[in-house]
Design a protein around this ligand. Structure first.
Ligand SMILES: Cc1cc2nc3c(=O)[nH]c(=O)nc-3n(C[C@H](O)[C@H](O)[C@H](O)COP(=O)(O)OP(=O)(O)OC[C@H]3O[C@@H](n4cnc5c(N)ncnc54)[C@H](O)[C@@H]3O)c2cc1C
Length: 509
């Protein structure tokens, strides 16, 4: 099965669109009830949020229609197996300290299916730091020390590294005044404060800049400080916590395998209908029913809708009645993360333990070895920011992409390097994502987060882009999908005709 998404490049074959994926669903439609009958729920999107919501609804007896714009499951998380190696095209690293996704992993029997990224013992077992006028290699211990210390200094906005003011990473009870104060700043403004106070060495400034550009996928003046602080808290307020949890372990059989297991579970209930290759263009609410219209003119009705599409594509759907002003403004402003993630297969096993950071980069700011491919070559993953940012590049010209990666390598090793394959997905030019993982701009969270989380009548808003906890990560998507299904169950438990006010919105049952 092949998806239209993604591409490969090889020196002999050039660039080819489309990649194999076990998450492709064929035939693309399946109805377990007459299409004209109202469904209990329509779930829009089959990323983790939509998959978990539809599984939870169907297993509790709700007749559910899933509508997905793509030809496959998974949204911004999917894997492609090429020549016996699983490439994670979007969301990748998960961990048992991410409670919602770990529950899915263990429930579907994948609890022994872990791979560790960047295995030690390879020939080039060090980190290369490239700056404007210098390049040097350091041990991975030194790398962890310098990144960890710089991140802690950066996150120490209250003199106590947020250990008490932002104690519970999944809680929402932090002081609104403090959150608003930190939310006003961009990552660049925070960095400027630290530099004015002479709190960082030049090396620390360089690694911190590269780390933050990689985290947020853009220039630092466009990235909100609050999201960076939240990542620090999610990493248990510790210097290596974020890295250990969020960039370390991935599923051996790939995320698409887990997607299939969730999807087939939902299907086995006999309550699931679905239609893929079906972008939704309009959502209308009238007389207690929601009508969903697809691009090809098809319409379906339901008592409730769970909408899981990303923040950056929210304005592609027309709503009647229209969305609240705050939701519309939030959708207009959107996430700032326009990262390019690129898989590089390099000849030979030497680079599997290597890592790199560059500030400024030339298209990419970080790359690291992941695993060996079955033919004993190195698989590396590289990240670069927004193509329109000061150091970004598009994925159009593969020579440019190749050079941007080679720039990260130690200068004396660049000439001998042979790249066998590049695999990627252009998330920024993808009309159903328009960006990568969610990273919010300054002043966004305090203004819009609550508004985004609220339902719009009988339409529940459930993207990982506005979850609590691991917002912008896989775990956040699972959490908010689970919560949306739970809310539908609660609301539909009431006798028909009831009206209930939830977070200021009328819900008609
Ligand atoms: C390059 C990259 C790397 C990442 N790395 C990590 C990582 O290592 N670890 C981690 O935890 N997270 C990572 N993430 C983030 C993670 O992938 C996302 O947070 C998560 O997948 C979001 O899930 P979701 O269900 O909320 O949204 P999505 O997965 O985006 O699902 C939304 C679905 O809605 C569909 N859709 C959109 N518009 C329409 C429409 N009009 N009609 C019908 N359907 C529509 C989309 O096709 C999609 O299937 C990464 C993301 C990217 C892009």
């Amino acid at each position: 099965m092949a998806s239209k998404d993604g591409f490969t490049w090889t020196p002999s074959g050039g660039k080819r669109a489309g990649l194999p994926c076990i998450g492709v669903i064929s035939p693309s439609t399946h109805f377990v009830q007459p299409e004209d009958d109202p469904f209990d729920t329509i779930v829009i999107g089959t990323g983790y949020a939509g998959l978990v919501a539809s599984r939870d609804l169907t297993t509790q007896g709700k007749k559910t229609l899933v509508i997905e714009a793509r030809d496959r499951l998974g949204g911004r998380t999917w894997s492609s197996s090429i020549d016996g190696f699983n490439y994670e095209m979007g969301g990748t690293w998960i961990h048992w300290h991410m409670p919602h996704i770990y529950r899915e992993v263990s429930f579907y029997g994948l609890h022994n299916d872990w791979l560790v990224t960047q295995i030690p013992g390879g020939k080039e077992d060090y980190c290369t730091l490239t700056t404007d006028n210098d390049q040097r290699n350091m041990s991975h211990d030194d790398e962890a020390d310098i990144v960890g210390r710089a991140f802690e200094v950066f996150a120490n906005v209250d003199g106590d590294s947020l250990r008490h003011t932002w104690k519970y990473a999944f809680g929402t009870g932090q002081s609104p005044e403090l959150m608003a104060k930190w939310d006003r700043l961009s990552c660049q403004e925070r960095l400027d404060q630290l530099q004015a106070q002479d709190q960082l060495t030049p090396d620390e400034t360089s690694v911190l800049t590269a780390f933050l550009v990689q985290a947020g996928g853009n220039d630092l003046d466009r990235l909100g400080l609050l999201d960076a602080l939240r990542w620090w808290v999610l990493g248990s307020h510790s210097r290596t916590g974020l890295n250990d949890i969020a960039l370390h372990t991935r599923l051996g059989s790939g995320h698409s395998e887990l997607h299939r297991r969730i999807f087939h579970h939902a299907l086995s209930t006999g309550n699931l209908s679905y239609t893929f290759d079906t972008p939704v263009t309009r959502i209308e609410q009238k007389d207690g029913l929601v009508t969903v219209t697809a691009r090809d003119g098809h319409t379906w009705k339901a008592k409730a809708v769970v909408l899981t599409i990303p923040l950056n594509v929210l304005s592609s759907i027309e709503f009647s009645p229209p969305l609240s002003k705050n939701k519309q403004d939030a959708a207009r402003q959107g996430s700032m993360n326009f990262t390019n993630k690129v898989h590089i297969d390099m000849q030979g096993p030497d680079w599997v333990s290597w890592s790199s950071l560059a500030s400024p980069g030339k298209g990419t700011v970080a790359a690291f070895g992941d695993r060996l491919t079955p033919d004993n070559n190195t698989h590396l993953v590289a990240f670069g920011p927004d193509p329109s940012s000061s150091t970004g590049t598009t994925l159009e010209d593969m020579e440019v992409v190749r050079d941007s990666f080679v720039h990260l390598l130690p200068e004396n090793k660049r000439s001998g390097v042979q790249i066998n394959k590049i695999v990627s997905h252009d998330w920024n030019r993808d009309e159903f994502s328009k960006g990568a993982w969610c990273f919010l701009p300054p002043k966004f969270t305090t203004k819009y987060l609550t508004a985004l989380q609220q339902p719009h009548g009988n339409v529940l808003f459930a993207s990982g882009d506005w979850s609590d906890g691991w917002r912008g990560w896989i775990d956040g998507a699972v959490q908010i999908g689970m919560q949306a299904a739970q809310r539908v169950m609660e609301l539909q438990r009431k006798p028909s005709g009831d009206k209930k006010v939830v977070n200021g919105s009328n819900i008609y049952l």
